[in-house]
Design a protein around this ligand. Structure first.
Ligand SMILES: Cc1ncc(COP(=O)(O)O)c(C=O)c1O
Length: 366
């Protein structure tokens, strides 16, 4: 990893006897609800020369003034990534393409007029916090979910970009995103849109997720787990599913919506595209009309649909809910292509087999 003049990470750790006991795979661990003993904080303060020394401190609430920019004008962006424990003897701790998260985090910040965290500072902080909290990494199929976040800290409710920022990272042990390892039912959202060209769809900002909540509530009321988003202009072309990108399997061809600016460029998406090509599939990044998708499910030419993202890896879609209609995908069975790709990706993430693209990054003290 590139190192620059950024200061080393300071550690103010809890004494051993004050630390919690990390859970095991047998425990009930709802996704993202259990935080570890420590978090990392790094402030950007222009009057003090910019980025301050990052500090790992006991996990605790911190003060944010009620008139801060983050609360009133939504300057908030975040990332989602994982640390894995290598299943081989070495037991090494691995990150998966973390530089992609660093880049996306910076791009998200720039889209919201925020001070981006330099890639090398971001990566150093992730490495150090994961190293500190390594006892909390659940073994395969578990992991440690990493949530870097950046917020605008300037005070006063006049509308402008904040000049000072807080970058923090929290981590939580992760088992499975979904309680059951079955396919998901998705609700085609025809009323709201998630993003429009020129908007914030390709940024990972909290506002996108807040605006998506009413649709999620509608989906849940219709008995579905996730929302299938259509494009913001014509409400015709498929974009994403919940907090995942989406892929469609047509025999030996996998189609996925092209990144047009309103779709989050998923690290999993780009990895699956490469892995699918490595496995001999043709992958097309294209436009997918929802009525063609429904027609093709019905005529059997479209055999599998799946969502992909860091949290759930690959989630087979077994049903589309469109108003009062329910459309079964692949007889509601989980397809073999989705499962083969999931296995290929998980093997890579957990250190099994070769890593031809150099995606695995061992965690090291900085
Ligand atoms: C809206 C949205 N799309 C797609 C993804 C998948 O991205 P990634 O594979 O980088 O986790 C996510 C998750 O971060 C997301 O929130």
């Amino acid at each position: 990893m590139q190192t620059t003049g950024h200061p080393r990470v300071l550690k103010n750790l809890l004494p051993r006897h004050k630390r919690k006991t990390p859970p095991s795979l047998q425990d009930d661990i709802p996704f993202g609800r259990t935080q570890t003993d420590h978090m990392l904080i790094c402030d950007f303060i222009p009057q003090k020369g910019g980025w301050q020394t990052p500090e790992i401190v006991p996990y605790a609430p911190f003060d944010v003034s009620p008139d801060s920019v983050v609360f009133h004008y939504g300057q908030e962006v975040f990332e989602g990534m994982k640390a894995y424990r290598d299943t081989q003897e070495s037991g090494q701790i691995l990150l998966f393409r973390p530089e992609q998260n660093a880049k996306r985090f910076a791009n998200s910040a720039l889209r919201l007029g925020m001070q981006p965290v330099p890639d090398d500072l971001f990566l150093r902080c992730v490495h150090e916090l994961v190293m500190t909290e390594h006892d909390w990494i659940l073994p395969n199929p578990g992991s440690l979910y990493i949530r870097p976040t950046l917020i605008g800290m300037d005070t006063g409710v006049s509308y402008r970009a904040s000049l000072s920022y807080r970058f923090f990272i929290i981590v939580s042990p992760a088992k499975n995103y979904y309680k059951r390892e079955t396919g998901v039912s998705v609700f085609i959202e025809r009323e709201h849109v998630r993003a429009v060209p020129g908007g914030c769809g390709e940024a990972k900002c909290g506002g996108n997720y807040a605006a998506a909540l009413p649709a999620l509530q509608r989906a849940r009321a219709a008995g579905a787990e996730q929302v299938l988003w259509l494009d913001g202009l014509k409400r015709t072309y498929v974009e994403e599913v919940g907090a995942m990108n989406i892929m469609f399997v047509y025999g030996n061809t996998i189609r996925t919506p092209a990144l047009t600016g309103s779709i989050l460029p998923g690290v999993t998406r780009s990895s699956i595209i490469q892995l699918a090509r490595d496995l001999g599939y043709t992958v097309e990044e294209t436009r997918l009309d929802i009525s063609d998708v429904i027609r093709d499910i019905r005529n059997g030419s479209l055999s599998e649909v799946f969502g992909c993202g860091t949290a759930a890896v690959i989630s087979p879609v077994i049903e589309l809910v469109d108003g009062s209609e329910r459309i079964e995908v692949n007889g509601s069975l989980i397809g073999s292509v989705s499962m083969a790709l999931k296995k290929a990706l998980i093997d890579l993430q957990f250190g099994r087999g070769a890593d031809p693209h150099g995606w695995r990054v061992p965690v090291v003290a900085q």
